[in-house]
Design a protein around this ligand. Structure first.
Ligand code: GDP
Ligand code: MN
Length: 343
């Protein structure tokens, strides 16, 4: 399924396409959203926000993925709102089902146990498939093959400021491989053995660990334990080659075989974040302090007066989560040696 609304590609009437000067090449990049048909209306508000604040100026594509076929209504409503080409893909069954090596009795007990302790999404099977898919598979969907960068978008998010530059070009020009807006602590109960498995992996494949890694961001004791810090992956701008790399794929494979996506409730956020922190050079991770963003219940609101003015931001900087309890940004500023804003 492919739909395009290509007004931005129509050349001016007086010129044939050939006569146009060579345009600055657009980066091969796409928005990507995993969603259910029922998420349509909440998604349309995210789309409106991102189109108004960014994409109407650039016309990037948008890939939608679902474990079921999208409805005609979903396709029509999203296509009409997006300036770029929209594409709709179904997820292969084996990427959204319980793998053979998972013991279903043990899995059931784990869900019951987590539910009884009130762990958020602790009893959900579909949430686990979602986390595993976002961890290991979305970037391998054939619809993603042609792209170099992705920007993940979820339903019901808001963008509070105009983004007046081409973010994908910015990523490419600076050789950034992973970009985030909010970093916070994960619920420990969802990932009791994730760090143990990560340590095993590091011992087995020390060659995958970057020299200039970001270990101090994710561990306060030089790797002995995980401090629960992760980039909040509902917003994510990344280079697909990072997720397609041997290091990342081996890491995912190792975690997947360990079963923690099912026996525990490993999220894609800590998985992506640990991988980015260990396998990438710290300079390849970018903090977007200029992107006003909301995903319930947290807001990231730029503090820089100039950014707020030029971006016509509509958020309250007093609600900014960056330096509140639970955020990992104090650590980030310290680790990267960046001066914290004084306001
Ligand atoms: P939360 O932000 O962690 O509370 O989780 P969300 O409910 O926002 O889900 C994360 C993303 O996965 C969103 O883009 C959802 O639309 C999508 N998602 C969650 N569950 C499913 C599912 O069962 N099927 C599909 N196709 N998408 C899902
Ligand atoms: Mn969400």
């Amino acid at each position: 399924q492919q739909h395009s609304k290509s007004f931005s590609e129509i050349p001016p009437k007086s010129q044939s396409p050939r006569a146009l000067p060579n345009p600055v090449k657009k980066v091969k990049a796409t928005f990507v959203t995993l969603a259910r048909n029922a998420d349509l209306w909440e998604l349309l508000s995210s789309i409106q926000s991102i189109e108004d604040r960014f994409n109407s100026k650039f016309g990037y594509d948008w890939v939608f993925l679902n474990d079921e076929p999208f409805t005609d209504e979903f396709i029509e409503e999203t296509t009409k709102s997006i300036s770029g080409t929209t594409k709709y893909g179904v997820i292969p069954y084996d990427q959204w089902s319980v793998p053979l090596w998972i013991n279903s009795e043990k899995f059931k007990e784990a869900r019951e146990d987590m539910a009884s302790r009130g762990v958020i999404y602790g009893d959900s099977i579909s949430y686990r498939h979602m986390c595993r898919y976002e961890s290991g598979f979305f970037f391998r969907h054939p619809l993603m093959d042609e792209y170099e960068y992705y920007w993940r978008v979820e339903p019901s998010v808001k963008f509070y400021c105009d983004i007046n530059y081409d973010i994908f070009k910015f990523m490419k020009q600076n050789d950034y491989q992973y970009g985030f807006t909010i970093a916070m602590q994960e619920y420990r109960e969802t990932i009791p053995t994730l760090w143990d498995k990560t340590v095993e992996f590091m011992d087995k494949y020390p060659n995958f660990i970057a020299e200039e890694n970001s270990m101090p961001l994710i561990s306060d004791d030089d790797g002995a334990s995980y401090n629960l810090c992760h980039f909040w992956s509902n917003f994510e701008i990344g280079k697909l080659d990072f997720l397609r790399s041997k290091a990342y794929l081996s890491y995912f494979e190792y975690l997947d075989k360990a079963g923690g996506f099912f026996y525990e409730r490993w999220g894609d956020a800590p998985v992506h974040s640990i991988a980015a922190s260990l396998f990438l050079d710290k300079e390849q991770i970018h903090y977007f302090d200029d992107v006003g963003y909301y995903h319930g219940p947290f807001t990231s609101c730029p503090r820089d007066e100039k950014v707020r003015k030029e971006g016509r931001c509509s958020c309250n900087p007093k609600e900014d989560f960056t330096f509140q309890i639970g955020s990992c940004m104090n650590k980030y500023y310290k680790f990267r040696g960046i001066k914290k804003p004084s306001y």
